[in-house]
Ligand binder design. Structure first.
Ligand code: MN
Length: 241
């Protein structure tokens, strides 16, 4: 939430966001719950908490965004704020250069800076009324790299289902501009390997357990219904530019 809007709401004696202003119905735009964070702000969901139903349920989105993501953001900021010169860099730059960080914050930044960057991306690459298939250059690149869209989906799902424990399934562009699929543990991000993240799916249990219980494969299969290909294509264009 911007500072201006925040002040505006405070002036109105209203702290529960736009829903209380009547601008949105009950399940209006999701609101960050941890207030302003610096230097890295909690990104609000660009849709309502229940907007991805029936594929991802409202309760999962509330916990995932307001608890898990906010906690990563808080811990990342705490680490960065120990070394104020780091605030001149983007979060992506910071996690791309873990080796150059002071040792006492390196693991914290890997886990929580990774968590911050991964989830900020994750909210953007999902959308209601989405899914389907990519078009244009990304569609061609996927066919060239994996044979077909269906084979790409299978490989991406495999990377997620075979990721032991917590982690992510990633589509990334490597240094030779080739598309690569890989599972990565914890909150690691392709940037940590010198690769550019195009899209990722969160396979931590917190991403699916409330609705899908232990059935990660079902979650992975269903997730394609919420993929925002416009955003993913935009990221691909940025990566190859
Ligand atoms: Mn997560």
């Amino acid at each position: 939430m911007s500072l201006n809007r925040r002040n505006f709401l405070v002036l109105l004696g209203c702290t529960s966001g736009t829903a209380a202003l009547g601008l949105f119905p009950k399940n209006g735009l999701a609101q960050a719950t941890a207030g302003e964070q610096k230097p890295f702000a909690v990104a609000e969901l660009p849709y309502a908490y229940n907007a991805l139903e029936p594929y991802i349920d409202e309760e999962t989105m509330r916990f995932h965004h307001d608890k898990h993501y906010v906690a990563y953001t808080t811990k990342f900021n705490e680490a960065v704020n120990k070394y104020p010169q780091l605030a001149n860099q983007s979060a992506e730059e910071i996690i791309s250069n873990l080796d150059s960080l002071p040792e006492d914050i390196r693991a914290t930044v890997r886990n929580n800076g990774g968590g911050y960057v991964n989830h900020t991306l994750f909210w953007q690459i999902m959308a209601p009324n989405a899914g389907g298939q990519p078009t244009g250059e990304l569609a061609k690149a996927i066919e060239n790299a994996f044979g077909s869209f269906a084979e790409f989906q299978t490989a991406f799902n495999d990377a997620g289902s075979k990721q032991f424990g917590s982690g992510w399934s990633w589509l990334a562009l490597d240094k030779t501009k080739q598309l690569k699929i890989m599972g990565m543990p914890n909150q690691d991000n392709p940037l940590m390997m010198g690769m550019y993240p195009i899209m990722g799916n969160d396979v931590w249990e917190h991403a699916y357990y409330l609705k899908y219980r232990n059935d990660r494969a079902k979650y992975l299969e269903t997730w394609w219904n919420v993929v925002n290909w416009d955003e993913v294509s935009k990221r691909y264009q940025q990566a190859i530019a």
